[in-house]
Every structure is written in structure tokens, then in C-alpha cells.
Design a protein around this ligand. Structure first.
Ligand SMILES: [Zn+2]
Length: 331
């Protein structure tokens, strides 16, 4: 297709085998993620595998994130009490993976385990707590400015507690694929004076088949090269989520809350990352989020040792499904 700001790279191979005299052909498409340069593989034939829902019993121990136990067992920052707003609370993660790593519980008064049970008010208050956490960290450590809102939803997504909680991490430097994205965005900006993510979204808008929703506050797609099955990706049309006027922020968060509810209805176990740029002085990207499905045994040597991702649902199918959902519910 002509006139696309970003070139999308891909190629395909075929794998053939026989079972009971029957020939099976698998087409495997390699696609390069234009945002991180990570290559992913899509086995298009495997997409017809049944996606059954999975549940596993969680042991019957008292929930540490419910208010009866919360204040006994959770850490506090060294110089500050916990971040609290109505039914939402945030505190340092007991098993941190970063200098600033917080657990945020949107509602600790009730044992809430899903977005469909979480009120918008609690969701909204939680996001406002994240703004406070960001301001607190920057006031202590001005170099820590990458604000990441992360989520493990469900057992197979790595959640150790079923009580709904976000993990907020604030970093000085970013590594891994998200670090690739930041460095690529900076390079792209210095060469083109434009945001890589905006040009990528423009590319998807023109192609159309992976576009889910174009809204005044955000663009939602299923990315060209997903890292997980049924991945969706959004770009917020603001230099930072917390630069949005209150009304706009609320509007955006209402949609975002509904996206999470709809995603959860379909896929139950999923991961999310939301990179917010509100703390960056001269950010070279806009806020971006990715949400991807998880299931049992979905990681192997390719993910662990090759640093590659394997999926079997083409993003074009995911986009088609989500476009329907968006229309059904007037998201
Ligand atoms: Zn609980």
C-alpha cells in the first residue's frame, strides 16, 4: 500500500506434515513489530483451536488485600503512609522488582476479583492515586519518570492474588522491549520530528483492517505484530494522561474501564501495560497501552530464550471481533 508513514515488514513460511495419510499445512507468518523491532510469529492455522475458559482453584487462605488483613500485612513507604482515597489504596509491593514498585488495590473494602464488579468510581479514584504516586516519586527522585501501570489479571497471567490489583512501577530507564520502544521513539523523533506511535497509528488507520476504534481521546487497534493472542493496543491522544482536562480524563477512563470489562468477559486471563508519559519533561511518545491474553502453558523456549513471541490468533481477527464488541456496547 502506498503513502504509509511506516513500512510493515513480514514474510511467510509453510510447514507440512502428515497424520493418518492426511496432509496438514501450517502457514507461519513472521512480522516485525514496528515499535520495538521484536519479531513475532503467527501460526494462522492454530487460531481455530478452541479457546476454552480455564479456572483453577485458589487456595482457601485469607485474602491479604481485603481490609481485614490489609493493614497488618502490607508494607508502607519509609517516609509516608499508604496512598489512600476512599476505597482505593496503594502501598509498596512486598516483593518488588523495581526501586519504586507499588501495589494498587482499587477497592479493598470488598473482595473484588473482576472489572465487571469494580465500580467506575473506584477505578477512577485508583487512577488518581497513581498521579499522587508519580508526584511523590518525582519529588524524591526526579530522574524516575517512566510511569508504568501494569496488571496481571487471573491465575494464568501471573496474578498471585485474585483480589483485583494493579502494579505501578516508576523507572529511571526502561529495558527490554519497552526500552526498545522508547529508544526507537526518540530516534524517530530526532530524525522526523514526529512521534513514532502517531505515525504507526496513522498507518493502521489507513490500512483499516486492524483498527478497532478511532475516538477523540484515543485510537484502539490490534497490533500488526502482537506479543500475545488477542492483543489490543491503544494510544492516548494527549502528551500524558494527567495532562488531560478532568472531563476528558474521565471520559477516556470510562471507555478504558469498559474495554477492560469487555476484554475480561472474553479472555479472563490477561496482562496489561500502560506507559504514561505525564512525568516526562519532553516525552518523545504519547501514552500507550497493550493488553494481551494469557492461558496455561503459553510460554516456551521461544519466549524465554529467543526473546520471540508466538501467537495463533491473527490480529485481523481480533480487530474484527473487537469492532463488533465496540458497536454492540457503544463503547
Ligand atoms: Zn480480597
Amino acid at each position: 500500500m502506498d503513502n504509509l508513514p511506516i513500512t510493515l515488514e513480514s514474510y511467510e513460511v509453510e510447514n507440512r506434515y502428515v497424520i493418518d495419510h492426511e496432509l496438514h499445512i501450517h502457514k507461519i507468518e513472521y512480522r516485525r513489530d514496528p515499535l520495538t523491532d521484536v519479531w513475532v510469529r503467527i501460526n494462522k492455522n492454530a487460531s481455530k483451536k478452541p479457546r476454552k475458559k480455564i479456572r483453577e482453584e485458589i487456595e482457601d487462605s485469607p485474602c491479604p488485600f481485603c481490609k481485614e488483613n490489609l493493614f497488618k500485612e502490607t508494607p508502607k513507604p519509609t517516609d509516608f503512609d499508604r496512598f489512600l482515597s476512599y476505597r482505593s489504596i496503594a502501598f509498596p509491593n512486598k516483593y518488588p522488582y523495581a526501586k519504586y514498585h507499588f501495589v494498587l488495590i482499587p477497592n479493598y473494602e470488598e473482595h473484588i476479583t473482576s472489572f465487571s464488579k469494580l465500580s467506575f468510581e473506584d477505578f477512577y479514584n485508583s487512577i488518581l492515586l497513581i498521579r499522587e504516586i508519580g508526584e511523590y516519586v518525582v519529588s524524591k527522585d526526579p530522574e524516575y519518570r517512566y510511569l508504568l501501570i501494569n496488571l496481571n489479571k487471573g491465575f494464568y497471567a501471573g496474578a498471585s492474588q485474585e483480589h483485583l490489583h494493579f502494579q505501578v512501577i516508576i523507572e529511571k530507564d526502561l529495558h527490554g522491549t519497552i526500552g526498545n520502544f522508547i529508544r526507537k521513539s526518540e530516534k524517530y523523533f530526532s530524525e522526523n520530528k514526529r512521534f513514532l506511535i502517531e505515525d504507526y497509528m496513522e498507518t493502521e488507520r489507513k490500512i483499516g483492517k486492524r483498527l478497532i476504534k478511532e475516538d477523540k481521546n484515543y485510537t484502539l487497534i490490534s497490533p500488526f505484530a502482537p506479543f500475545r493472542n488477542n492483543e489490543i493496543m491503544g494510544m492516548v491522544k494527549s502528551f500524558g494522561m494527567f495532562f488531560m482536562a478532568d472531563i476528558k480524563l474521565k471520559e477516556f477512563l470510562k471507555d478504558f474501564h469498559r474495554i477492560l470489562i469487555k476484554y475480561e468477559e472474553r479472555f479472563e486471563n490477561f496482562n496489561m501495560v500502560f506507559l504514561d508519559t505525564s512525568l516526562l519533561k519532553e516525552g518523545k511518545t504519547l501514552p500507550i497501552f497493550r493488553i494481551g491474553q494469557r492461558f496455561r502453558y503459553d510460554m516456551g523456549f521461544l519466549e524465554v530464550y529467543h526473546g520471540e513471541f508466538v501467537v495463533n490468533v491473527p490480529p485481523e481477527e481480533t480487530a474484527e471481533e473487537f469492532r463488533r464488541i465496540v458497536h454492540d456496547t457503544s463503547l
